[in-house]
Design a protein around this ligand. Structure first.
Ligand code: E4P
Length: 218
């Protein structure tokens, strides 16, 4: 399973990329706003830090302009993945960009029907938002299960399931159990995944006993 990080904060990206566990990055207009940075500049910088796909979202809502924006974003770096919303114009743009060999992440997916359409449009990634579904009383993980089941039923579907709007490590564990291809994690969630109180307690005990031996390895 691949881990992307869901942020436009370059300091966080550098820090987490250094762990060797980051396979890509997702951004969206809200995350760009939060970063306070120029969109094009920050995407360029992220693409230089992380080798894998870096999602950069179009902001036009009409096909011709979306396509122009997508082409411009794709020119920033080879690893830019153009993000389009799951609308009729977004999917038309997805199909066009894919025929040009550009990676596309279809975002704001909230149903299996939408995910099926994105696969038909040959999206590189489909982003179902689990946390936002949970927020309105639907089970976000049930949607992941459905999409994985549908995509696995057809060898012709190349679209990867990218679990988005992740709120906690349990979303990640459940996604992995279901066979989702990718999860995009807020930095805090990736950090939480390292933690277990028994690891801390066990390490402290080992180090205390090691100190008593008076030995060093190096
Ligand atoms: C995905 O690509 C989105 O940027 C993101 O996961 C949205 O998450 P949110 O619901 O926490 O804003």
């Amino acid at each position: 399973m691949k881990f992307f990080i869901d942020t436009a904060d370059i300091a966080e990206i550098r820090d987490l990329a250094a762990t060797g566990l980051v396979d890509g990055v997702t951004t969206n207009p809200s995350l760009i706003h939060k970063s306070g940075r120029n969109f094009i500049e920050v995407v360029k910088e992220i693409c230089a830090v992380v080798e894998g796909p870096v999602s950069a979202e179009v902001t036009a809502t009409e096909h011709a302009k979306m396509l122009a924006e997508g082409r411009k974003l794709a020119k920033i770096a080879d690893n830019v993945c153009v993000k389009v919303p799951l609308t009729p114009d977004g999917l038309k743009t997805c199909k066009a960009l894919r025929t040009e060999g550009i990676m596309v992440n279809v975002t704001l997916c909230f149903s299996a029907a939408q995910a099926l359409l994105a696969a038909k449009a040959d999206a590189s990634f489909i982003s179902p938002f689990v946390g936002r579904l949970d927020d309105v009383g639907s089970d976000g993980m049930e949607l992941i299960e459905e999409i994985v089941q549908i995509y696995h039923a057809y060898d012709s579907i190349r679209t990867e399931v990218l679990v988005a709007s992740v709120r906690h490590p349990i979303h990640v564990i459940q996604s992995a159990k279901m066979g989702a291809d990718v999860a995009t994690l807020p930095p805090a969630v990736l950090r939480q995944m390292f933690n277990h109180p028994l690891t801390d307690k066990g390490l402290a005990a080992f180090l205390a006993d090691w100190a008593k031996t008076g030995q060093t390895i190096l």
